[in-house]
Write a protein that binds this ligand. Structure first.
Ligand code: FAD
Ligand code: MLT
Ligand code: ZN
Length: 480
């Protein structure tokens, strides 16, 4: 009962019996997936770095069905892995052993949208991009956007507290999610699906589930505050000669663009090389050690363009920026964004990807990339840095032809020690999932981890919900 590669011991959950499958088939006929080939894509994560061996995928359509499934699994002591779009990057979305996969793929109904308040209520399995398309027709947008928008589900976004490309402007889901409906491990339903901006009646329980990665309950519906679609959007893509210049450009643009700044993203030279080589995207400005993508969103195009041009003149004249291009039409805006959004995809063409998602004081953001590059030398194929600079969030990625234990040992725990020394976070926006749960202590005190374990025990006493994820396991079953 030990998974060789991870050296994790299977916990004593019940094993799936024919009678269980028959029960689920009666409960949701035609929406029970069995058979190795059919189940396979649900067992493997987006990065193809972890793989489970579940034999069963369930696709409920309603909250009542989710509740019936969990009540049954709770009674039978069967472990369950909630899954949305399966785009998670920390191995949280797929089973470790034979956990039943509970997919939200068919929970994709919009429940209501209020054009006055901008509040959207929908089922957890709505794909982010479908929600964006629906809202755009009404003159609104989702408060979050990410490269995985075509596949990820809003429930998965909430379960991971996904950050993404708009956080700088609209804040995190901890602020924009107004209400949640959640089915708990025992099959009871917690209805906190309110649509109020203000509600101070007792503890804000929904916050516990935002970022809980499927370990405390299954999110079945979400109420979320959506901003109006900005009338004017501009994107500037710039080249900088040093990281110091990237930082100073940020300070300057914050001062000069003020309220219209909606994104400040960066990528290094190596990232640009990879999106060019693997995705055939073309470099829009002259070769530079660093690139910056700045987006403005406002209500008056003349005013915004004037502000942006003034900023660009200043940045170019002072040498902070050495080349740049600006887009106002939507096709060119999309093209410039894809250079940044598709780095994740380009990296997968290089072989195995070791992914780190770190929060740091912004001034130190790139030092970690430089130090890691020096430390790994020739043993890594690439060491690259990109991310949401405006949020102090670095994506450090190391690639190699294939997975190697010795390379992993050279990266970890060094990367976490480095981060802890700067009082950073070892997971800014991706969560801990299966891959990083043992490292939580680098970012949280023991008392906090203990309280988390107590919450988990209270809400899921049998531990059936997404076991082996997020919280560190006891030493005897830890990753080796
Ligand atoms: P899954 O991957 O299916 O699941 C993720 C976790 O949430 C798992 O632990 C799962 O058990 C749990 N879960 C899923 N649905 C539910 C539910 N209904 N109830 C309870 N638990 C649930 N992340 C960012 O933060 N910012 C980015 O900019 C970003 N960009 C990305 C770009 C690409 C190309 C890719 C592949 C990933 C990116 N991610 C990003 C990571 C990922 O997309 C997000 O974590 C996303 O929020 C996951 O949503 P999902 O529906 O795919 O969830
Ligand atoms: C991003 O910002 O591109 C995502 O978080 C995905 C990644 O880290 O590669
Ligand atoms: Zn990101």
């Amino acid at each position: 009962p030990t998974c060789e590669r991870y050296a994790v011991r299977r916990l004593p959950f019940a094993r799936l019996q024919d009678g269980d499958v028959a029960f689920f088939q009666r409960l949701m006929p035609g929406r029970v997936v069995t058979g190795e080939e059919e189940v396979k894509p649900f067992n493997v994560d987006w990065l193809k770095s972890v793989r489970g061996c579940s034999q069963l995928v369930l696709k409920p359509q309603t909250t009542v069905e989710v509740a019936q499934v969990l009540r049954y699994c709770h009674e039978r002591n069967l472990a369950v892995n909630p899954q949305g779009g399966n785009t998670g990057l920390v191995g949280g979305s797929v089973p470790v052993f034979d956990e039943i996969i509970l997919s939200t793929a068919l929970m994709n109904q919009i429940i209501s949208f209020d054009k006055v308040s901008g509040i959207l209520v929908c089922q957890a399995g709505c794909v982010l991009e479908r929600l964006s398309e629906f809202l755009e027709k009404q003159g609104f947008i989702m408060p979050l956007d990410l490269g995985a928008k075509g596949s990820c589900h809003i429930g998965g976004n909430v379960a991971t507290n996904a950050g993404g490309l708009r956080l700088l402007r609209y804040g995190s889901l901890q602020g924009t999610v107004l209400g949640l409906e959640v089915v708990l491990a025992d099959g009871s339903t917690l209805d906190c699906l309110t649509s109020l901006r203000k509600d101070n009646t007792g503890y804000d329980l929904k916050q516990l589930f935002i970022g809980s990665e499927g370990t405390l309950g299954v999110i079945t519906a979400v109420s979320i505050l959506c901003p109006q679609k900005p009338k004017a959007v501009n994107v500037a893509f710039l080249g900088c000669q040093s990281f110091e210049n990237v930082l100073e450009t940020f300070t300057t643009c914050r001062a000069m663009l003020g309220e219209i700044l909606s994104a400040y993203e960066f990528m290094d030279e190596k990232c640009m090389e990879l999106v060019e080589r693997h995705l055939k995207l073309s470099r829009p400005v002259a070769d530079s050690p660093f690139y910056v993508l700045i987006e403005t969103s406002g209500s008056n195009s003349t005013h915004d363009e004037e502000k942006l041009n003034n900023f660009l003149e200043r940045a170019m004249a002072s040498g902070l920026v050495t080349d740049g291009t600006v887009a106002t039409d939507s096709n060119k805006i999309k093209m410039l964004w894809s250079l940044r959004e598709r780095i994740t995809e380009a990296l997968t063409h290089e072989g195995y990807v070791y992914k780190y998602d770190i929060s740091l004081p912004v001034g130190k953001l790139y030092d970690l990339v430089t130090d890691m590059r020096a430390r790994l030398g020739q043993s890594a194929k690439n060491v690259v840095g990109y991310g949401h600079l405006g949020d102090g969030n670095l994506h450090l990625n190391v690639t190699a032809e294939s997975y190697s234990h010795s390379l992993l040992d050279a990266i970890e725990p060094f990367v976490y020690e480095w981060t802890a020394k700067c009082s950073g976070s070892i997971s800014a926006e991706h969560g801990l999932g299966f891959k990083k749960k043992q490292f939580i202590h680098y970012s949280k005190p023991s008392k906090a981890v203990m309280l988390m374990q107590q919450f988990k025990a209270m809400l899921d006493p049998k531990g059936i919900l997404n076991p082996y994820k997020t919280l560190p396991s006891a030493p005897e079953s830890s990753m080796c």
